[in-house]
Design a protein around this ligand. Structure first.
Ligand code: PLP
Length: 378
């Protein structure tokens, strides 16, 4: 049977460019090997077993998850070393422990003594101790204990002694790297992420809490970092797809983006110099994007369906549920974009957009070669 071209897919749909994906995966895997750390890629971006398999090539096979749905799907696909990198919700402890019993290792995360004690109460007396990390706030100020607070050290010591738990060490995520405006600023965040985390782990060891593992990682910092001494593993995830946001802050160039939403031109509003496509907020997400770099960035970058031609002046100005309004400061070339034409939109935030789809159409050189399932839900 002849294979479909991207332009023949029903829209809106999610397309993963295999060559770009493989290149992104290989580049990060080599980087982390060169810097001497184990790569534990985060699967939250793609939620897909095939992509997870590709991302651990050349490394030890461990992955990071953001949901139990991802964890279960990956366990079914044979992954047996997982870290659930969100502080554990008390109502999911039993589900997590049930999955933990099925795999070699499912590590959990805490940043509050109440959660640690609740976890210990459920695991004491179990045949196997549950691996647990202390989440550290290295500057993002979303989750994690304060590295400067003496209470954080005392908590780590308690954690390392709680029955049923196997204290593994410290885990952090430099999400504040996304506030950078260019690549040079990413270097500073990456340096601080390492320094704060390694120093805190050393303090814990000196205080008698054996922090064997030091886990860091975001895509912006891991894309530029040049020194990871003292770190044992890195957990970037978005780098497999990248997106318009990452390109704007300098983690990558737009051509690296491996994920796009393919949509169809469904309207011409010539009087307003606008186009309408059938990909709206549900397909692209309403992530406002890198407005701190470009206040008029819109909701994604537009190209031809096979990405051979970009339309840099065209911006996704506005989104409603199933409509995307594209505008431009220059006169739109309506002949190049007739009704029915397909476009590829690289969204601001590929993780949020990808999670809207049940499957990816996997393409190489414009030809669809496979379809991969997305492990959605919680
Ligand atoms: C705890 C944690 N680790 C790692 C990552 C991966 O970072 P990125 O999405 O920048 O690749 C995230 C992303 O949100 C995260 O929350």
């Amino acid at each position: 049977m002849p294979r479909m071209r991207i332009e023949e897919l029903p829209t809106p749909c999610a397309v993963v460019d295999l060559s770009r994906l493989e290149r992104n995966a290989a580049r990060m895997a080599e980087r982390m090997t060169r810097l001497g750390v184990r790569l534990r890629p985060h699967v939250k971006t793609h939620k897909c077993a095939e992509i997870a398999r590709l991302s651990v090539r050349g490394h030890f096979g461990g992955v990071t998850v953001s949901t139990l749905a991802e964890a279960r799907g990956l366990a079914d696909a044979g992954f047996d070393d997982l870290t659930w990198a969100v502080p554990i919700a008390l109502d999911r402890i039993d589900d997590a422990l049930a999955l933990g019993a099925r795999v070699r290792r499912l590590a959990l995360l805490v940043d509050h003594p109440d959660a640690a004690r609740a976890l210990s109460a459920r695991t004491r007396g179990a045949a196997r101790r549950t691996p647990v990390f202390l989440k550290l706030d290295c500057g993002y100020h979303r989750a994690g204990v304060d590295p400067e607070d003496a209470a954080s050290v005392a908590f780590a010591r308690e954690l390392s002694e709680l029955p049923g738990l196997d204290f593994r060490g410290v885990l952090t995520h430099a999400g504040h790297a996304y506030r950078a405006t260019r690549r040079e600023e990413l270097h500073a965040v990456a340096r601080a992420e390492r320094e704060v985390t390694v120093r805190f782990a050393e303090r814990l060891r000196a205080a008698g809490a054996p922090a064997a593992e030091v886990s860091v990682g975001s895509t912006p910092t891991m894309s530029v970092v040049e020194d990871l001494s003292g770190v044992t593993e890195a957990r970037p995830g978005n780098y497999l797809f990248y997106d318009a946001f990452q390109a704007a802050i300098g983690s990558c160039v737009l051509a690296d983006a491996a994920f796009s939403v393919v949509a169809t031109v469904i309207g011409h509003a010539r009087a307003r110099n606008e186009l309408l496509v059938n990909a709206g907020a549900l397909a692209l997400s309403k992530d406002a994007g890198p407005t701190h770099v470009d206040p008029r960035c819109g909701f994604g970058a537009v190209a031809s369906a096979d990405r051979s031609r970009s339309f840099p002046g065209l911006r996704v100005r506005s989104l409603s549920q199933e409509h995307g309004e594209l505008g431009s400061d220059a006169p739109i070339d309506y002949d190049a974009l007739p009704i029915g034409a397909r476009v590829a939109i690289v969204p601001n935030h590929s993780c949020l957009s990808a999670a809207q789809f049940d499957r990816y159409h996997v393409a190489r050189d414009g030809v669809v070669v496979d379809a991969w399932r997305v492990l959605r839900g919680w």
